[in-house]
Ligand binder design. Structure first.
Ligand SMILES: [Cu+2]
Length: 275
């Protein structure tokens, strides 16, 4: 509880400042956003202590959410906003909960940001709640080889419907399945893509590359499925790609049955999507 309140205070300050800025410069309906530079809107920015370096966090696919995210770190000069190239970058998502701390899956990313920006893809396994708060722990070096550590508080929301499902294998090891690019779904044949990560321990969530997936789309309100679906197969780095056929608009359930090395998981996971 304590740590949660600690995090809330800066947010309250930030929102108060935003509100003041908006009221004092209310010529048009566009709110003034101090987190915005020329082309990029940042979810949040932090100044690196006793340097002229700032870091902006960009979310490319909407609010940061449970499941697979497209995020970008931008390193820039606090005053001039000019990009700063950095290297040896390490990013670790961390959730601090009442009883424990854990990380989440994050895909391999470049270690250097030559033009000042670095794309990365974390898979958040739970939303931020009263019980647990997320940060990104960032380590990096500047061009002179000085190293820095920064902690960026972030807020992770649960998408509706959820884009991440947790399930257990027959040994009760947790697996996390994310569905990607659902915004692009339309009536007809669609590419469907998932990522799968296994919880090795609280800090390590390797990509699972040896799974077999069987998908079954279903319209629960009408009691039918669809023909011509292609089960996703592993592409690389724990990504699985196949084809799903949505024959009409409405609510679809996408049932995914996982098999690992010949052993079927006891229950399928079910994603929902409304067309
Ligand atoms: Cu947690």
């Amino acid at each position: 509880m304590k740590s949660n309140n600690d995090l809330k205070i800066p947010y309250i300050l930030l929102f108060s400042m935003l509100a003041l800025l908006n009221f004092s410069s209310c010529k048009d309906d566009e709110p003034v956003d101090p987190n915005q530079t020329d082309t990029v809107t940042y979810v949040t920015t932090v100044d690196v202590d006793s340097t002229d370096i700032s870091i902006g966090l960009e979310a490319k696919d909407g609010p940061i959410h449970t499941g697979y995210n497209d995020l970008v770190l931008h390193f820039f000069n606090t005053e001039t906003k000019e990009a700063i190239s950095t290297r040896e970058i390490m990013i670790k998502p961390m959730m601090k909960m009442t009883e424990m701390t854990h990380s989440s899956p994050i895909e391999e990313h470049n270690r250097s940001a030559d033009a000042g920006s670095l794309a990365f893809n974390p898979v958040f396994i739970m939303p931020s709640t009263e019980m647990g708060t997320w940060t990104l722990k960032i380590a990096f070096e500047d061009q002179e080889g000085h190293s820095y550590n920064v902690v960026i508080p972030i807020d992770v929301v649960e998408n509706s419907p959820p884009l991440l499902k947790r399930t257990l294998d027959t040994n009760s090891v947790p697996y996390f399945i994310s569905i990607l690019n659902t915004d692009e779904f339309k009536v007809g044949q669609n590419e469907i893509e998932f990522t799968i990560h296994r919880r090795q321990d609280m800090m390590n969530f390797p990509a699972e590359e040896v799974m077999s997936l069987s998908i079954k789309p279903w319209m629960p309100t009408m009691g039918h499925g669809s023909p011509n679906n292609v089960n996703p197969v592993h592409v690389e780095n724990g990504h699985y790609r196949g084809t799903v056929n949505f024959t009409m608009t409405g609510l679809w359930e996408i049932e995914v049955l996982l098999t690992k090395e010949g052993t079927e998981f006891s229950a399928p996971v079910v994603f929902e999507h409304t067309l």
